[in-house]
Design a protein around this ligand. Structure first.
Ligand code: BGC
Length: 390
C-alpha cells in the first residue's frame, strides 16, 4: 500500500473515532439489542452519523459509556438525549427514556422527547414580557401562551460540537448554540452551551452556560421522559416518587402561575414522603403538570427528587441548582406517537422532572429572576444519579 492510501485510512479512522473512543458501535436500529446483561465496558466516547435534516444538514450521534455499562446517546439536533441505558438490580441494561431510533422521528412533531428546551423552558403568559420598559412578543404556540421557546426553540436547532472526550472518571460532551438577537422574539445574542458528563459513579450531569450582549431572559432544561422499567414497557403510575418540595406554583386553566405558592400538605400534590405516582393522580385534573418550589431554593446543587421502580430496582436521584421542577406525567401522550422499537407511547408512559426556574417568571417579579444581563454568566446544573435496590 502506498503512503497516500495509508494516509486516507488513518484519516478515515480519525473521523469515526475521536480521542478516548475505544470502539465503533452500530447505529441503534434495534433497541432490544441493548437489553442484554451488561458486558464489561470501558469508559469511552463515540461519534457517528445520525442522518441528515430535510435541508441536507448532517447530524451526529454521540455515545458516552462508563465502565459499568451505562450509556447515554445524545444528538446535536436539539442537544437531545436520545437514549439512556441503565442497569437494573441484576445488572441488566434497559433504555429508560422515550424517543426515537432514527433522526426522522425527532424532525417530526413530538413532545420534546429528551430535548434541551430554551430560550425559555415552560410557559410565558400571553406570550409577552417587558424588560427595561420594552415589550417583547413571542410565539403564542400554546393556547395563547408561549411554550418551550416558541415555534423553533433550542430543541429544533443544530448545536455545534465543542468537545467530546474522556477525562479522569468522566466521559464528556459539550455542545454550543448561538441564539441570535430577535430569534423567536427574544432580545440579545445568547451564546449558550450544554455539557453532558457521564461519570464512573453512574451520574449523568447536565450543565448549562450562557451569556448575552443585551438584557434577556433564560431558562434552560432537559425534557427527557423516563420510564425506569424500560421505555415503552407500560405506564409509570407504579413508580415511587419523592419531590423535595413543600409548595407548588398554583396555575390557571392555561397552566400559567397565578402567583400563589401553595402548600402541598394534605393534598395529592404531596410527594415530600415517597408515594406512587398513580396513588392520587385521579384527584389531579388532567394529571400532574405542575412546578414544584424546591425546599433548597436553588443556587447550589441540592436534592430535588428520587424515583424508584420496584420491578427493576432502578433508582434515579436528581440534584439541581434550580429552584423549581416541573413534574409532568405524560398526560398528553395518547398512543399516536410510535417510538423506539415500534412502541406506541400511551398516556402516562413516561414522566418528566424538568428542573427549571418557575413558569412565567418574566411576568412575575416575586419569582426568582430569570433575567440575564451582559457581563453576567448563566450557569445551572442538574445531576441524575442512578443505582439499583435489591
Ligand atoms: C409541559 C406540558 C407539555 C409538555 C410537552 C411540559 O413541560 O408542562 O404541559 O404538554 O411539556 O410539551
Amino acid at each position: 500500500m502506498n503512503t497516500r492510501v495509508w494516509a486516507y485510512l488513518v484519516l478515515a479512522v480519525a473521523v469515526v473515532c475521536v480521542p478516548g473512543c475505544k470502539k465503533k458501535e452500530a447505529a441503534p436500529d434495534d433497541p432490544n439489542a441493548n437489553q442484554e446483561s451488561k458486558e464489561a465496558a470501558e469508559m469511552s466516547v463515540n461519534q457517528e452519523s445520525f442522518g441528515q435534516t430535510s435541508e441536507g444538514r448532517e447530524v451526529d450521534l454521540y455515545t458516552l459509556t462508563n465502565s459499568n455499562g451505562l450509556k447515554a446517546r445524545i444528538t446535536n439536533y436539539g442537544a437531545i438525549l436520545v437514549s439512556l441505558e441503565v442497569p437494573d438490580r441484576a445488572g441488566k441494561l434497559a433504555d429508560i427514556t422515550l424517543g426515537f431510533d432514527k433522526l426522522d422521528g425527532y424532525l417530526g412533531t413530538h413532545p420534546y422527547f429528551g430535548a434541551v428546551v430554551g430560550r425559555y423552558a415552560n410557559r410565558i403568559g400571553k406570550a409577552r414580557f417587558e424588560l427595561n420598559g420594552v415589550e417583547y412578543t413571542l410565539a403564542a404556540n400554546n393556547n395563547g401562551n408561549h411554550l418551550h421557546g416558541g415555534d423553533k426553540g433550542f430543541d429544533k436547532v443544530i448545536w455545534k460540537l465543542e468537545d467530546l472526550k474522556t477525562e479522569g472518571n468522566s466521559a464528556i460532551l459539550r455542545l454550543s448554540y448561538i441564539s441570535e438577537d430577535g430569534e423567536e422574539g427574544y432580545p440579545g445574542n445568547l451564546a449558550c452551551s450544554v455539557t453532558y458528563t457521564l461519570t464512573e459513579d453512574d451520574e449523568l450531569q447536565i450543565s448549562y452556560e450562557a451569556d448575552t450582549d443585551k438584557t434577556t431572559v433564560v431558562n434552560l432544561t432537559n425534557h427527557a421522559y423516563f420510564n425506569l422499567a424500560g421505555q415503552g414497557t407500560g405506564d409509570i403510575l407504579g413508580h415511587e416518587l419523592m419531590i423535595d418540595a413543600d409548595k407548588y406554583t398554583v396555575v390557571d386553566e392555561g397552566l400559567i402561575p397565578t402567583g400563589e405558592n401553595r402548600s402541598v400538605t394534605d393534598t395529592p400534590m404531596d410527594f415530600t414522603i415517597s408515594a406512587s405516582i398513580g396513588s392520587r393522580i385521579d384527584q389531579v385534573e388532567g394529571g400532574y403538570d405542575h412546578n414544584y418550589v424546591l425546599k433548597s431554593g436553588g443556587g447550589s446543587l441540592a436534592l430535588c427528587a428520587r424515583v424508584y421502580e420496584q420491578t427493576s430496582g432502578r433508582v434515579m436521584e436528581i440534584h439541581t441548582t434550580e429552584p423549581g421542577v416541573q413534574f409532568y406525567t405524560g398526560n398528553f401522550l395518547d398512543g399516536t406517537v410510535t417510538g423506539k422499537g415500534g412502541k406506541a407511547y400511551e398516556k402516562h408512559y413516561g414522566f418528566c422532572l424538568e428542573t427549571q426556574h418557575f413558569p412565567d417568571s418574566p411576568n412575575k417579579p416575586d419569582f426568582p429572576s430569570v433575567v440575564l444581563n451582559p457581563g453576567q454568566k448563566y450557569r445551572t446544573e442538574t445531576v441524575l444519579k442512578f443505582s439499583a435496590r435489591q
